[in-house]
Design a protein around this ligand. Sequence first.
Ligand SMILES: [Zn+2]
Length: 62
Amino acid sequence: MKPAKPPSAPAPPPASGLCCRDCGCRELRVIYMRKAPLGRVRRRRECRHCGKRTTTYESEER
Ligand SMILES: [Zn+2]
């Protein structure tokens, strides 16, 4: 038996934790990425829907 989800349920957060703060879409294309201090990677992303740009600092994957 599956639990019925209400149609007005909020969308679950994306696994990557990245979504546009303005329109909430998850299609953020990377403009460029650069190494940041403390072994992190700085990524510049732009929303494909509203054009909102955000900078994220992520741990460098090895
Ligand atoms: Zn957006």
